[in-house]
Design a protein around this ligand. Structure first.
Ligand SMILES: *[C@@H]1O[C@H](CO)[C@@H](O)[C@H](O)[C@H]1NC(C)=O
Ligand SMILES: *[C@@H]1O[C@H](CO)[C@@H](O)[C@H](O)[C@H]1NC(C)=O
Ligand SMILES: *[C@@H]1O[C@H](CO)[C@@H](O)[C@H](O)[C@H]1NC(C)=O
Ligand SMILES: *[C@@H]1O[C@H](CO)[C@@H](O)[C@H](O)[C@H]1NC(C)=O
Length: 925
């Protein structure tokens, strides 16, 4: 245990001063003036002030080439405002992908540029779309001319077609019955600033606070309007904090004064629970929903984006009739090109399937990652780690992962350990692994500029840092002090970075160590808006402004690929990220960043997690307890009760907040938290099955009510309750001391209280007494949920445990469900090494059938079902009989026990002597 070298002291002292000053400013919460509003961003201000149909365009020379439609877009000569620069003809390209997807690209024609500008290409996002996307392309053989020559139409999928209106330019998707679904430029707000030569008197520089953006390429923004037809509400475009799931109108009649929704990845200290300002991540994907249809729109563009949702009547029209319902939106970006996808739905599940077939589905996490995670800034040293770990065992609380924040490193040099506090990291990890537990350490993108730090030396020598506008390594300020940032846009640098995660390079790591990427917006304490200046230069001459929202995506991608390499491609990685973009779901999990220990943040966590899920990222959660501040015991308990349902279930706390491990709030609260964590562990087989579903078809694990009940208008605005899969409905409690709560239970079937089995009717609201024991949660009639009810130290220790099936019968005494099981860690499931069974209860018979019969040798798994719980057997039912059959063999009769409980119609069948994964049937009634 060496002492800290003396030369480190002054720098630590300075750092403490810096930390103190940062925290001092943050204590006074969100600083509005730190962040650039729309009216200080010329591209945004300009778009907001434009009138519809001022500049109009004509589509010409439309022809089919290579199965795509190509055309030119000309500005109509009489159109455009006096001060606007005439737009040279643009190139337009339309293509169609299987499943109901249309893609529109619009870019400059570089041949028409002045010679001096031929070099600089506009940035096109790479690496987000799936590599084999082109295999899904539907060939457009030729242009179908309508009878009316001013339109061209083409096929999208059965029942849907697209129409190009030539003059003025407009494209819309409609059903073949003629109902519009989506359109672009119906309100004539399309605009495209092309690169041009600077005029003598012009200055392109922009200033924000003390920062100057040199803007060497001048204005290059793009904007357009998109309309969603048959839509009551629009959702998505994370990340913003809000207690409302539907997006609110940002401009137009009845809107006082609102910023547009901003997509710009920023490290926002103490973000407000209600604000359209962008926070850590961006997914430019919007989902629209109405009673008859859902649809989606995705703009693949990584520059700063601003999106207005126009209030009804903004154009002087009202849509009183249901069939006229329409939501208009305006999209603006500072740079890039138009590369936009239209998803025709019409069911919500199809919109998600369509979107994730373009950007990828959720990576299947390792099983342990679905358990409970314990984190704090910071667990100080090994003794602290061992103490917390033992605390869980002493209090009989399961957990799976212990996390170490920045202080575990040697002076914020990532991939190193503070030798005084963590002298034996390998032994520490092995001791956790012995109980089936894992560890996560933090790796951030800011690299300490320290000549004695080998990583910094390597970066400098190889020229791998992001460059400032003058071509030098960009030097910013972050946790380690003076820092530089890897240029993650460069594939060579990413590949090199991946190798840093090998067991050999990451000294002190073991195969049970996983990774957390924080501050990857990237956060730069002394940069404009606390991030990188926009005129920094990346690989290929790309300006930071063009790719800003992608930085975190690439950083997590490289970390995830690093862990993949470490395990020879055989072990599933786990990487948590704070910054993200479309497609980040392929690389791990995200959390909602540095929230606050108050009731409003608890409430906002639900729409935030739901929104992330609706945009393809299923593995997400909010910090339990709230990062900043100190939750009271009641808030903390309520947060555990809600958070145990988040797909990603982690507690975390700021270093200024008091310790809050689950057993520090008295015996009663310890018991309540233990119970909440037990609820999660009992549902792990169900969660695993849902993650499988997310990884196959993009459906979120945690879902808005309307996702499951798309025609029930009552569900469209529900922001306080949610579904877990299709079977469980949860209502949060967001008010201190709340005594009653109104819970809306949708649909035509009934619902069973998850604990008592008591029945409630669907299609109505219920005023329920609130208990401190739990938050209201229900199982939908007609579903079967697989569970495990023996609690151990960690999820890995539950692998061999027997299962429970909870069958909630509907009015016709039927129910169905599924279970998916694989080895929980490898990729062998891709070769068919898994069990996926379908359970059906019908006509008094419960059966289990393999959905895809797998080769028995691929994944052998034989675990008994120890209990079958039946909810909703009519009390007049006289005869209850059990016969079981497996592979046509009679296996005898199991004993039947009537459960003693408040509900007279809950039956428990113990030891039915059938196994998960086998095909069998039981005659029960
Ligand atoms: C576009 O069409 C016009 C006539 O409609 C023709 O004169 C012109 O050459 C075409 N341009 C290109 C690039 O094909
Ligand atoms: C960690 O495990 C080692 C080897 O089993 C053991 O000797 C040591 O006491 C353990 N440390 C703690 C603090 O439990
Ligand atoms: C009951 O569930 C079965 C199986 O899911 C379903 O086919 C049936 O329509 C449901 N009956 C009612 C009345 O909801
Ligand atoms: C359970 O089933 C097995 C066949 O899988 C059979 O050999 C055994 O006797 C059964 N046990 C009981 C108690 O019915």
């Amino acid at each position: 245990m060496s002492s800290v070298p003396a030369i480190k002291l002054p720098s630590i002292f300075l750092l403490l001063l810096l930390l103190f000053s940062i925290h001092f400013t943050s204590i006074h919460s969100w600083k509005k003036e730190e962040f650039r509003p729309c009216n200080e961003a010329p591209f945004c201000k300009r778009t907001r002030s434009r009138k519809p149909h001022t500049t109009t365009f004509t589509v010409s020379n439309l022809s089919a080439l290579d199965g795509k439609l190509k055309a030119r877009l000309h500005q109509n000569s009489e159109s455009g405002s006096q001060d606007s620069v005439p737009i040279r003809p643009l190139l337009l390209e339309l293509s169609v992908y299987r499943g109901g997807i249309m893609r529109l690209k619009i870019d400059e024609d570089y041949n028409l540029r002045p010679d001096s500008l031929k070099e600089k290409t506009r940035f096109q996002v790479q690496d987000v779309l799936l590599q084999d996307l082109d295999d899904m392309r539907v060939w457009i053989p030729k242009v179908e001319r309508s009878k009316d020559p001013s339109f061209s139409t083409f096929y999208i999928k059965h029942g849907f077609e697209a129409v190009v209106k030539h003059n003025p330019f407009e494209i819309f998707v409609r059903t073949t019955a003629g109902d519009r679904v989506l359109s672009i430029n119906s309100h004539g707000l399309f605009d495209f600033e092309q690169l041009r030569e600077k005029k003598e008197e012009e200055t392109w520089e922009e200033r924000f606070r003390s920062h100057t953006d040199t803007r060497p390429n001048g204005p290059q923004s793009i904007s357009f309007d998109v309309s969603f037809y048959g839509a009551n509400f629009v959702y998505g475009i994370p990340q913003h904090a809000s207690t409302s799931l539907p997006l609110q109108s940002t401009i137009g009649p009845g809107v006082d004064h609102s910023e547009p929704y901003r997509l710009f990845n920023l490290d926002v200290f103490e973000y407000l629970h209600e604000s359209p300002f962008g926070i850590y991540g961006s997914i430019p994907f919007m989902v629209a929903h109405g009673r008859k249809r859902s649809s989606g729109f995705f703009w693949l563009n990584a520059a700063e984006m601003q999106i207005d949702v126009l209030a009804e009547g903004w154009d002087g029209q009202t849509h009183s009739e249901e069939h006229e319902k329409r939501i208009d939106t305006v999209w603006m970006s500072e740079a890039g090109i138009v590369d936009a996808f239209f998803f025709v739905g019409p069911e919500p599940k199809e919109v998600l399937r369509q979107y994730t077939s373009v950007t990828g589905t959720q990576a299947m996490p390792p099983q342990f990652a679905m358990g409970y995670h314990q984190c704090r800034w910071n667990y100080r040293d090994e003794a602290d780690v061992y103490g917390v770990d033992a605390g869980f065992d002493d209090h009989d609380i399961p957990y799976d992962v212990l996390w170490l924040d920045i202080e575990h490193t040697d002076g914020k040099r990532y991939f190193t350990w503070d030798k005084a506090s963590f002298p034996n990291p390998v032994e520490m990890q092995n001791n956790l692994t012995a109980k089936g537990r894992q560890m996560v350490t933090i790796v951030d993108p800011h690299i300490k500029r320290d000549e004695s730090f080998s990583l910094h030396k390597e970066f400098t020598q190889k020229g791998y840092y992001t460059k400032d506008a003058s071509g030098k390594d960009f030097d910013g300020w972050c946790w380690p002090g003076s820092s530089s940032y890897p240029d993650m846009l460069n594939p060579e640098i990413r590949e090199w970075w991946e190798d840093k995660f090998s067991l050999k390079n990451y000294v002190g790591s073991t195969p049970s160590l996983y990774i957390w990427n924080d501050m990857n917006e990237p956060s730069v304490f002394n940069g404009p808006e606390l991030t990188m200046p926009r005129d920094l230069v990346h690989y290929g001459g790309v300006e930071h402004r063009e790719m800003h929202n992608l930085y975190g995506f690439y950083f997590q991608m490289a970390s995830s690929n690093g862990l993949l390499k470490r395990g020879d491609g055989k072990i599933r990685p786990f990487v948590l990220t704070r910054a993200f973009f479309a497609g980040s779901q392929r690389y791990g999990a995200m959390w909602t960043g540095d929230n606050t220990a108050d009731w409003d943040h608890l409430k906002a966590s639900v729409p935030m997690v739901l929104t992330i899920g609706l945009t393809g990222f299923a593995f997400s959660g909010a910090d339990i307890g709230g990062f900043f501040g100190n939750p009271g015991a009641e808030l903390l308990v309520r947060w555990y009760q809600l958070g145990s349902f988040y797909p990603f279930f982690r507690a975390h706390a700021h270093h200024d907040s008091s310790r809050r491990e689950p057993w520090l709030f008295g015996e009663r609260n310890t018991a309540l938290i233990r119970e909440a964590i037990h609820v999660r562990y009992s549902l792990l087989p169900y969660y695993y099955t849902l993650f499988r579903e997310a990884s196959v078809n993009g459906s979120p694990v945690m879902r808005p009510l309307w996702y499951e009940f798309p025609s029930d208008t009552e569900t469209f605005t529900k922001s306080e309750s949610f579904m877990i899969g299709n079977s469980i409905l949860v209502q949060g409690i967001y008010i201190q001391g709340q005594k009653t709560v109104s819970v809306y239970l949708p649909g035509g079937q009934s619902w069973y209280d998850l604990r008592s089995g008591v029945t409630f009717s669907g299609g109505m609201s219920h005023d329920l007494k609130v208990s401190e024991d739990n938050i209201p949660s229900f199982q939908k009639a007609g579903t079967i949920i697989p569970k495990k009810e023996r609690f151990r130290r960690s999820s890995t220790q539950m692998v061999d445990d027997p299962y429970t099936l909870v069958i909630a019968l509907n009015d016709t005494l039927c129910a169905e469900g599924e279970i998916y099981i694989d080895d929980g860690k490898s990729f062998e499931y891709e070769q068919g090494a898994y069990i996926h069974s379908y359970f059906l209860f019908s006509n008094g018979i419960l059966s289990s059938t393999n959905i895809i019969p797998t080769h028995p040798s691929k994944f052998s798994f034989n675990r008994l079902i120890e209990r079958i719980v039946l909810l909703g057997i009519p009390s007049e039912s006289k005869r209850i009989l059990i016969e079981s059959a497996r592979h046509d063999l009679d296996m005898g009769v199991g004993p039947l026990t009537l459960r003693t409980g408040s509900n007279p119609v809950a039956f428990v069948i113990k030891k039915p002597n059938v196994s998960i994964g086998d095909d069998w049937s039981l005659r029960i009634l």
